[in-house]
Ligand binder design. Structure first.
Ligand code: 13P
Length: 232
């Protein structure tokens, strides 16, 4: 089974969510489609489409103005939560340690964390990708519980650039081997970064890829549905 995960980031109105979820619900697909929405859109009608959040607090409750706890997310009916997205790492200085705590907090609240890992352009260019990815996995992945690993090269996000299928295959294989060695052999691995209807199929057919994490192209039915179609 393949995951098609849309990350709306800080975009979308309730009306747009309604249109998107109603359209997805009418679609016949073997893919598991998940929409990761801003906190304000998590609750309410979702036409049976799986919903996820984009961040979770490290804490359970208390004086953390503006933060949202795992329990609060779970109460909306959301089942997934993205943690450690590159934009959270860059814009909010999130560290591997924080990301691990967030992932564990998600699992504690019966949410499935989608844990993002990926190298910068400088790291990519200097051939440090494998070392960076391994360190991130070592420091962010929970010991037990269900989770998804999202490989998102930071330089591929929103740029129209992607690694070649060969480069991607090498990194995905490395992630797969690492997970297998650490008793997470069945953990789904998804790729994200500048996915569109034209390149979706070439990424989805890479061995050990179990789906795609899509930003910009997930915002409109016109660009998102053809990606879902490329899986079915
Ligand atoms: P784009 O698909 O817009 O490159 O974004 C990818 C992403 O950050 C998904 O989490």
């Amino acid at each position: 089974m393949q995951f098609i995960i849309g990350n709306w980031k800080m975009n979308g109105t309730r009306k747009e969510k309604d249109t998107m979820t109603a359209t997805i619900s009418r679609k016949k697909t073997s893919a598991r489609v998940i929409l990761c929405l801003p906190f304000t859109l998590l609750s309410g009608e979702n036409h049976g489409v799986l919903i996820g959040a984009q961040d979770i607090s490290e804490h359970d409750n208390g004086a953390y103005t503006g933060d949202i706890s795992g329990k609060m997310i779970a109460e909306t009916g959301a089942k997934y939560v993205i943690v450690g997205h590159s934009e959270r790492r860059s814009n909010h200085d999130e560290t591997n340690k924080m990301i691990k705590t967030k992932a564990e907090n998600a699992i504690k609240n019966k949410l499935i964390p989608i844990i993002c890992i990926g190298e910068t352009l400088a790291e990519h260019k200097s051939g440090a990708t494998k070392a960076v990815i391994t360190k991130m996995m070592k420091e962010t992945l929970p010991i037990s519980g269900k989770f998804i690993v999202a490989y998102e090269p930071r330089w591929a996000i929103g740029t129209g650039l992607t690694p070649t299928p060969e480069q991607t295959a090498q990194i995905i294989n490395m992630i797969y081997e690492y997970l297998k060695k650490h008793n997470h052999g069945t953990t789904p691995i998804v790729y994200g970064g500048s996915i569109n209807a034209t390149n979706a199929k070439s990424f989805i057919s890479i061995p050990h890829i179990n789906g795609l994490l899509i930003g910009g192209a997930s915002l409109k039915t016109k660009t998102f549905l053809p990606i879902i179609d490329s899986i079915s």
